[in-house]
Design a protein around this ligand. Structure first.
Ligand SMILES: [Zn+2]
Length: 108
C-alpha cells in the first residue's frame, strides 16, 4: 500500500507535498470519498523532534568544523552551516513520507 493511500477508499488520492504539509494537528479531505485523514500524532511528533535534534547536532558540528578550519564568520563558514541545516532534511522528509501513515481522522 502506498504511503499516500486513503485509509477509507484505498485509492492514492493525496500528493507527496500534501502529506508533507500535514502536521500532527491538521487533517486532509480525500477528494474521492470525502473522508478526513490525519497522521498519528506520536509518529509525526517523533519525526519532527528527530529532525530538530539531528539539525541542531549538524549545526553544532558545522560550527566546530568552521572553527577548526578558520571559516567562522566567512562565506565558507556560512556555506557549511547552510548545508548542515538543509542536508539532514532530505532523509527526514523521506522518513516522514514512508513511515508516518495516513489514518482516518479521530475528530470530524
Ligand atoms: Zn478516500
Amino acid at each position: 500500500m502506498s504511503p499516500l493511500t486513503c485509509p477509507q477508499c484505498q485509492r492514492a488520492t493525496f500528493s507527496f507535498w500534501q502529506k508533507q504539509q500535514l502536521g500532527p494537528s491538521g487533517t486532509l479531505q480525500c477528494p474521492a470519498c470525502g473522508a478526513r485523514v490525519e497522521v498519528p500524532t506520536g509518529r509525526a511528533m517523533a519525526c519532527i523532534l528527530g529532525f530538530v535534534l539531528i539539525d541542531a547536532l549538524a549545526v553544532i558540528a558545522a560550527s566546530l568544523i568552521n572553527q577548526r578550519l578558520g571559516y567562522a564568520g566567512q562565506w565558507q563558514g556560512s556555506l557549511i552551516t547552510a548545508a548542515a541545516l538543509l542536508l539532514p532534511g532530505i532523509p527526514l522528509i523521506w522518513a516522514y513520507y514512508r513511515f508516518v501513515p495516513l489514518q482516518l481522522a479521530s475528530t470530524p
